[in-house]
Design a protein. Structure first.
Lengths: 222, 94
């Protein structure tokens, strides 16, 4: 499958994300924020970083870039989209996902190997995992605190739309320990931690993140 | 050589519309908390809470209902994230 990886001005993790895509057995296609088409890709990843310098709010300006107009339209038709860290912020600002991500409650940037529990293994991006499986991947954010009103949180829990939760430590004050959520259809997933940094034994915390990059293939051949 | 302050006073012909954006009361405001925490260390007492927001000053050619409606749309969709923030739009008095 061809998976597009978007680069905005200020994106950091596009190279790692593209590498993770290839290690996961897919072809990585570079997409630029100014692109007006998605080059025929089967899925899109919005990687981490500080797009547009995080000006205004994280993801607020990226959301209006030409490529996001295409991503938002295609996501509405079922295109799998994964937003990691800053990509998650872009998806929330785009209203493809509910809630918002604000500054960590303890006000410090955090970088640690983080344990997560996969709470929904039925999305386009998590089908390689077992329901309830615990994984460890790097987490690095300054504005990773997931917030939404109580009604929205109840709905997300009721509909099984919490994709991953923090285990052992809540690193940023996210409500109900939420590390990732999905949309109603399950094709759009936002995740604050970084699975793309955990796909090779040589570096990172292990290879627990690989499932996010092999799930699409498994779903297609399932 | 031009002297500072010489010449006619600068005329601001453009009216100004101000959009204030504040975190919603129920949303934690870590920046406001940081400011609040610093105040007693600096010897300022008597402040019981601080909320930090943003102020946008928009210069426009003229102020009318259409312009204000457009700025409200702008604030709603772009300047503020209404999931976590409230905003107000007002014309600045001269």
């Amino acid at each position: 499958m061809k998976i597009g990886v978007v680069t905005f001005p200020g994106t950091l993790d596009d190279i790692d994300a593209a590498r993770a895509v290839r290690i996961g057995g897919n072809e990585a296609v570079s997409l630029w924020h100014g692109d007006h088409d998605l080059k025929g890709v089967d899925a899109v990843i919005l990687p981490g970083g500080f797009s547009y310098g995080d000006y205004l709010r994280c993801g607020a300006i990226s959301r209006f870039s030409p490529v996001m107009t295409e991503v938002i339209e295609a996501a509405g038709k079922g295109l799998p989209v994964l937003g990691i860290c800053n990509g998650f912020q872009v998806l929330c600002e785009s209203h493809l996902l509910p809630g918002a991500l604000i500054r960590n409650d303890h006000r410090k940037f955090i970088c640690r190997d983080q344990r997560l529990r996969i709470e929904n293994a039925a999305t386009a991006w998590t089908s390689a995992f077992a329901q309830g499986q615990e994984i460890v991947v790097p987490l690095k954010n300054g504005e990773g605190q997931f917030v939404a009103d109580a009604e929205t949180l109840d709905r997300l829990e009721g509909e099984g739309r919490i994709v991953a939760r923090y285990v052992d430590v809540n690193p940023n004050g996210s409500l109900r320990d939420i590390a990732g959520v999905t949309n109603e259809a399950g094709n759009v997933v936002g995740l604050m931690p970084h699975p793309e940094h955990a796909v090779e034994e040589l570096t990172g915390s292990g290879t627990d993140g690989l499932g996010f990059f092999t799930s699409l293939v498994e779903k297609v051949f399932a | 050589m031009r002297t500072r302050g010489a010449g006619p006073p600068r005329i601001r012909a453009m009216p100004r519309v101000v959009v204030d954006v504040m975190p919603k009361p129920e949303i934690l405001d870590p920046q406001g908390k940081a400011v609040l925490g610093a105040l007693p260390r600096l010897g300022f007492t008597g402040v019981t809470d601080v909320r930090q927001g943003k102020r946008f000053e928009l210069e426009v050619h003229e102020v009318n209902d259409d312009v204000l409606a457009e700025i409200s749309t702008m604030a709603e969709t772009f300047l503020a994230n209404t999931v976590i923030e409230n905003f107000t739009v007002r014309v600045e008095d001269k």
